[in-house]
Design a protein around this ligand. Structure first.
Ligand code: HAM
Length: 448
């Protein structure tokens, strides 16, 4: 149990004496949220480095968006019948009476920014990437948090399926480069509003005939969002969905050709993928291509926590008030990537280690060592120190433990003489060096 600390809060009641209310201060963040501690940062750093490198290699520019948006952006963009909007948003009214929500994802906000900032006139495709926290008030469980982090890419203005393939290629490459070797890709096409209308009707009549076998949520989805039944994880719904009509069999000519092109590009890229006819995704804005990346193969039945997902959303820019613009994107769940890296023993980021230790002895030397530290740092030399310690022995012990190549010792005498002792750790040899030349001397020796 976390330690409880008691804080005292003073509430002033009208014209009566202030009443003291004792309120428990829980030493923990709200449920589903957590600290990412220094020991885990090398994994996060690796995810950020690999993702941002891929984004820049593929020509994406970074965009940062507010964590809060007006709530109706999400209800209009993601869809009122979706789980995210219906159940999972952190929504509240501000003091000024504005209805706002913490972003449950980036795409809607990014489309808002694209339209608002006139990016529609930029040369196409406009390629943007983002990285940051999202919030969904879902039941926390393994791999599912209320605060989680996404890295994602979105491209505007390109209709060709080659971009769909490139998006999958990029997401796949990131996962692979992080050392998650057992990942698999699922793809599907859910068509455009024209062919989907007809498909939706077929689906509704199929599920109507099986209504009794559906879970309570899916009975409701039958009215609000029948395609989401295909995505339900309840055993009985999975059974019923197995024989449901499949969207790929009911695509219009244009959507069918687009999907065929995508599959050919994926073959060309040699990305192993599975067509999953039940992949519909949980957001309403998708058209044509949808995809997800999982850890493990689909055959192993590991379709639980997707590492990432995305798809085409050709109608969203117009829906949010911009010009009719095709678009596609994906987002990877960084928490899940880190989790999978740890599980599979993938390498984390190894930060550069200092090769020089600066030790000091005596108050005058201590003062001088601050300047020397700065001179070395400015010259791009990473230096370790333990200025708080007085004993030279304990400082040298730390230098040894860090495995540095050189230790500089600045004692009282050296500080007065304007010199410093340079010790080569491998050989143990020591030399007295002119302090003014120490940066050049260290550089020379490190090069050797
Ligand atoms: P999404 O599938 O809702 O898509 O989320 C993308 C990824 O975020 C998921 O595959 C998962 O890895 C991670 N994720 C989602 N919810 C949680 C959670 N509660 N805890 C931990 N990780 C989570 C989107 O958000 C779309 N905006 C993706 C997109 C971009 N489509 C087009 N462009």
């Amino acid at each position: 149990m976390p330690k409880k600390k008691v804080i005292k809060k003073t509430i002033t009641k009208k014209k009566t004496k202030p009443v003291e209310v004792k309120e428990d201060l829980l030493l923990q963040p709200p449920r589903g949220m957590r600290d990412i501690l220094p020991k885990d940062q090398p994994y996060w750093q690796q995810v950020r480095r690999v993702s941002e490198k891929a984004a820049s290699d593929f020509g994406y520019r970074r965009i940062d968006l507010p964590v809060l948006e007006f709530s109706n952006l999400f209800s209009r963009g993601i869809g009122t019948g979706t789980d995210i909007v219906e159940k999972e948003m952190y929504s509240f009214s501000t003091k000024g009476g504005e209805k706002v929500s913490l972003r449950p994802e980036f795409t809607a906000g990014l489309v808002r920014s694209y339209v608002q900032n006139g990016m529609q006139v930029d040369p196409k495709p406009v390629k943007l990437y983002y990285i940051g926290p999202c919030y969904r008030y879902d039941r926390p469980q393994e791999g599912r948090f209320r605060e989680f982090f996404q890295f994602g890419c979105e491209a505007f203005g390109e209709i060709d399926a080659i971009l769909d393939a490139q998006m999958i290629q990029m997401a796949w490459r990131i996962v692979h480069q992080l050392g998650i070797k057992n990942a698999s890709v699922s793809v599907n096409s859910i068509g455009c509003p024209v062919c989907r209308k007809q498909y939706r009707n077929l689906l509704v009549s199929y599920f109507e005939s099986k209504r009794q076998k559906l879970c309570i949520d899916c009975k409701r989805r039958l009215e609000t969002n029948p395609m989401r039944i295909l995505d339900c994880k309840e055993d009985k719904c999975v059974q019923v969905s197995q024989n449901a009509p499949q969207s790929v069999d009911h695509l219009c000519d244009e959507c069918r050709a687009h999907f065929k092109d995508l599959l050919e590009y994926l073959d060309e890229l040699e990305i192993p993928f599975t067509i999953d006819p039940n992949l519909v995704r949980g957001l309403d804005y998708y058209t044509k291509t949808v995809f997800e990346i999982f850890a493990g193969s689909i055959e192993d039945g590991v379709k639980k926590n997707a590492l990432g997902g995305g798809g085409r959303y050709d109608g969203l820019v117009k829906l949010i008030g911009g010009e009719d613009t095709p678009a596609i994107g994906f987002a990877l769940g960084m928490d899940r990537l880190v989790n999978e890296m740890k599980k599979t023993g993938a390498k984390s980021y190894i930060p550069p280690q200092p090769k020089v230790f600066l030790a000091q002895l005596g108050s005058f030397a201590k003062r001088k060592s601050l300047k020397m530290f700065e001179a070395l740092e400015r010259a791009g030399i990473m230096v370790a120190e333990s200025f708080g310690r007085g004993s030279l022995k304990s400082q040298l012990k730390i230098a040894d433990r860090l495995g540095v190549e050189l230790t500089l010792i600045l004692g009282q005498k050296e500080a007065i003489d304007g010199t410093v002792i340079l010790k080569e750790m491998a050989s143990g040899t020591q030399e007295v060096i002119n302090a003014a030349k120490i940066v050049d001397e260290v550089k020379k020796r490190l090069k050797k």
